[in-house]
Design a protein around this ligand. Structure first.
Ligand code: ADP
Ligand code: MG
Length: 251
């Protein structure tokens, strides 16, 4: 479903991704671990075309992200509209919720459905109601973000991403900005999504979640994948010194 090959990303002279390969199978939950600055957010942003790779490729369900390949194998950058179309298939949830402050929870979940997918307001509303119920917010639909806890806002953000019917969901430290007592409710929604078969790439420091939910754990450091495999190997029996060192700080 996700196939990253030889991904490099430079910001000026800063070489942030240094040849990342990553494969995520359909329905798989891939958890990405790694120290701050190791390139985890940059990798997710490249998967969602918020950043353009300097080298290498990303394929989603076989389709090259950002480029069209002609019969001679030459790549041509896609038009912005085609890139927006690809991006709409990939949902992303950030550490900070980025809800529209002047819109209710319901309106936040309706907005892109109407603006980007051109759904009717009635269809968008029906979908938003269904998703807000699914994330446990049926009694908060008419609240504004400022009237919601961080955990509730993050659940609205997840519902908003799901409203686009994404094939893949990317989560970038979705619980890092939350008070500890609110982390569980967001992780519960993510577990429910995983159980429903969603393909997910999750950057998190929640090792318990990784152990319980991940099919595949990737440990990144300094822009490369240092080690990957099942949680029982990467988390419980890491082969690499750098992985052990990292885990000793977060466990
Ligand atoms: P992580 O999410 O693992 O903490 P990031 O992907 O956010 O790491 O960042 C990796 C490195 O890339 C850091 O040194 C960061 O400062 C740098 N970086 C990230 N985004 C940009 C950008 N837009 N411009 C310049 N440097 C960036
Ligand atoms: Mg980050």
């Amino acid at each position: 479903m996700v196939d990253v090959r030889g991904a490099h990303k430079m910001f000026g002279d800063l070489h942030v991704l240094r040849g990342v390969d990553l494969t995520v199978a359909p329905g798989e939950v891939c958890v990405v671990l790694g120290p701050s600055g190791s390139g985890k957010s940059t990798l997710l942003r490249c998967l969602n075309e918020l950043e353009v790779l300097t080298g290498g490729s990303v394929r989603i369900d076989g389709e090259l992200l950002g480029y069209r390949e002609d019969s001679s194998g030459t790549l041509h950058r896609l038009h912005p509209a085609a890139i927006a179309q690809q991006r709409s298939r990939i949902g992303m949830v950030f550490q900070r919720f980025h809800l529209f402050p002047h819109m209710t929870a319901l309106e936040n979940v309706m907005e892109a459905q109407v603006q980007v997918l051109r759904r009717s307001k009635a269809a968008a509303k029906a979908k938003a109601v269904e998703l807000l119920e699914r994330v446990g917010l049926s009694d908060r639909m008419d609240h504004y973000p400022a009237q919601l806890s961080g955990g509730q806002q993050q659940r609205v953000a997840i519902a908003r991403a799901l409203a686009m019917d994404p094939e893949i969901m990317l989560f970038d430290e979705p619980t890092s900005a939350l008070d500890p007592e609110l982390v569980g409710e967001v992780l519960a929604v993510m577990k429910d999504l995983a159980a429903g078969g969603m393909t997910m790439v999750v950057v998190t420091h929640e090792i318990g979640f990784a152990r319980e939910v991940a099919d595949h754990v990737v440990f990144m450091d300094e822009g490369v994948v240092v080690e990957e495999g099942a949680p029982s190997s990467v988390i419980d029996a890491p082969a690499e010194e750098r992985t052990r060192d990292f885990l000793s700080h977060v466990l």
